[in-house]
Design a protein around this ligand. Sequence first.
Ligand SMILES: Cc1cc2nc3c(=O)[nH]c(=O)nc-3n(C[C@H](O)[C@H](O)[C@H](O)COP(=O)(O)O)c2cc1C
Length: 228
Amino acid sequence: MEFFEAVQKRRSVRKYSDKPVPEQVMNKALDAALLAPNSSNAQTWQFHWVRTPALKKKMVDACLGQGAAATAQELLVVSIKPNLWKKTTQEILNSKQPEGLEKQMQQYYGKLIPFMYGMQILAPLKWIIFNGMGLFKATPRKPWSLRDRTETCVKSAALGCENFMLAIAAQGFDTCPMEGFDESRVKSILNLGWGDTVVMVISVGERVDRGVWGPRHRGPRDWFVFEV
Ligand SMILES: Cc1cc2nc3c(=O)[nH]c(=O)nc-3n(C[C@H](O)[C@H](O)[C@H](O)COP(=O)(O)O)c2cc1C
């Protein structure tokens, strides 16, 4: 399916048919999710494909029983694990570096990223350093706190979600992104750590007639798009 066709076709579906979603459709979409751009390539995201029937049942309850979850053929939970940066940056440092950029890569992944993502105890000091330098020149001021770090990771994970949903649409199936869920319950069902955040639950299946609530609605373009 052509890209713009997939963008148009993707709608949030609240009721799915009984048609199973082939495993290769899910895997292709998961691979597309992992190709999403992400901050510093730190890949602090996790994609949990909930396949165990008992867990799926619990997930429907944690998603407040909404139709988009209850009738779904497949459920995907997207979460962030900020501390993954340690593993992913080490893997980047251990892999072959782009020619001529070896020193910059060492500096970036060996020093800057550990300072930005780690050393949370130094958060107030980071704030002073970034904002002090910012008085004199353009300076990246975030992430200095745990909250900033979460925000950075959530942005990247959300891009993974969109890649996943468009890849599902391109293969003729449907999705619904959900934030209507009980995060504590979802974390406990999936055994997620205290530092993890659940970004979205995405249901997958084939839409039935009236599975989409109505025609697509958006406000006027000039409320949201600016040429400056
Ligand atoms: C972060 C996020 C959370 C959402 N949560 C829910 C949800 O819990 N339940 C639901 O039915 N739809 C949910 N939606 C779907 C939106 O309602 C939907 O995207 C919006 O109404 C636009 O419709 P469209 O996706 O068909 O273009 C969510 C969408 C996003 C991006």
